[in-house]
Design a protein around this ligand. Structure first.
Ligand code: GN1
Ligand code: MG
Length: 366
């Protein structure tokens, strides 16, 4: 994906927020793999500016509308003292528009910038992992009486594993960049997981639908610099109907490996079980008896599912010629795929241990 934005376009967009390149500094913000995000510093105000990737979000206005609906609901909950985190608001243009469309047909929106906050790329302690899981559980709990059908599917079938496998099979067939020979072993490994794929398909028939965040990476949580406590859940782009195991699984994926998702030292990859236990404790105790027995059991499947699914997605994008995720070097998607599929393998090998850790929480707390 092209990340370059020309100065003329940037100036045109900034003008909609009473800014210009001359009176502002604009710097890249965060490590997103999809949108382009900037921090705009201006004498009047600082704000976050984002170009929504319309190759990924086919109807960018849905992303903005969903965020507004979710924020309004969270604000109500906060005012009733049922939500201790804070909504982060989108900022309208001077013409009161939610978005700006530039001359290339690209969509932009602005978001409130909260000062004195930080994000975390790598979980430091079990205590911090528990905070992360507790916050994402509070977020979904606060949305439990919000009608999932009122949210647009910003990416239809986003976490549908069978569809992700179908996409992989299709790109194997077409092999558009002739890269199949470079990753045949990895492809074979994915396709050999049919038992797991079938188990997931069967499980989702029985799980209740919730409004989930669907991108619960640790860096999608804002911490207050003064208290070191979580302050807000950010990046609501894929917040839509889902299952608790998806959100839990993505936390495990991003917190429990000792390597970043594109790390290549796979011989030394290991699972941080103390972090897993803290995530399970934070997540299950926050939901309490609002989480069914089956949902609790599904967390262990989710922990394997999310690394597997993103591994399949990275591999598909590699074979397709890197059209979806931002990449920083050749074979970046292949490195990510190898990493995430290795994490899946390690988590699968330790399924019994994960089960024990997930359920020991209930025993301790009951
Ligand atoms: C993408 O761009 P970002 O970091 O918000 C992706 C997630 C992946 C993640 C992997 C819409 O999220 O699904 O888990 O990269 N988002 C989309 O780091 O595909
Ligand atoms: Mg995201």
């Amino acid at each position: 994906m092209n990340r370059v934005v020309d100065q003329e376009t940037l100036n045109f967009v900034l003008a909609n927020y009473r800014c210009s390149i001359d009176n502002s500094t604009v710097s890249p913000l965060g490590n997103g793999l999809i949108n382009n995000t900037y921090l705009v510093r201006n004498i009047n105000a600082n704000f976050v500016l984002q170009r929504i990737n319309k190759n990924v979000f086919k109807q960018p206005e849905q992303v903005v509308e969903n965020a507004e609906l979710i924020n309004n609901h969270l604000l109500n909950k906060q005012q009733q003292n049922h939500y201790s985190l804070t909504p982060i608001w989108q900022v309208s243009t001077i013409e009161e528009s939610a978005m700006v469309i530039d001359s290339h047909g690209e969509y932009w929106r602005a978001i409130q910038y909260i000062p004195n906050c930080f994000t975390v790329e790598e979980v430091a302690t079990a205590e911090q992992a528990k905070q992360v899981a507790t916050s994402f559980a509070q977020f979904t709990s606060a949305l439990s009486d919000f009608s999932a059908v009122s949210l647009a599917d910003t990416i239809p079938e986003f976490h549908n594993l069978s569809m992700r496998i179908a996409h992989l099979r299709a790109v194997i067939q077409s092999n558009p960049k002739q890269r199949l020979s470079q990753c045949q072993e990895l492809v074979d490994f994915c396709l050999a997981q049919q038992v797991f794929i079938d188990n997931v398909a069967q499980l989702i028939q029985q799980l209740p639908i919730q409004v989930t965040h669907n991108d619960t990476k640790i860096n999608n949580l804002l911490f207050c610099a003064k208290s070191n406590e979580p302050l807000a859940v950010i990046d609501l782009d894929t917040c839509m109907s889902g299952y608790l195991m998806h959100d839990f699984g993505d936390m495990v994926r991003t917190c429990c490996s000792n390597l970043p998702e594109d790390g290549t030292d796979l011989a030394n990859m290991n699972v941080r079980f103390d972090i897993y236990a803290a995530l399970a404790e934070g997540y299950t105790t926050t939901f309490g008896d609002k989480m069914s027995e089956l949902e609790q059991q599904s967390l262990v499947i989710g922990a394997q599912l999310l690394p597997f699914m993103i591994g399949v997605r990275f591999l598909t994008d590699y074979l397709d010629g890197d059209n979806y995720f931002h990449t920083n070097h050749e074979n970046h998607n292949l490195d990510r795929a190898k990493n995430q599929l290795n994490l899946y393998r390690l988590l699968q090998e330790n399924e019994q241990k994960l089960n024990d850790l997930t359920f020991s929480v209930t025993e301790i707390s009951s």
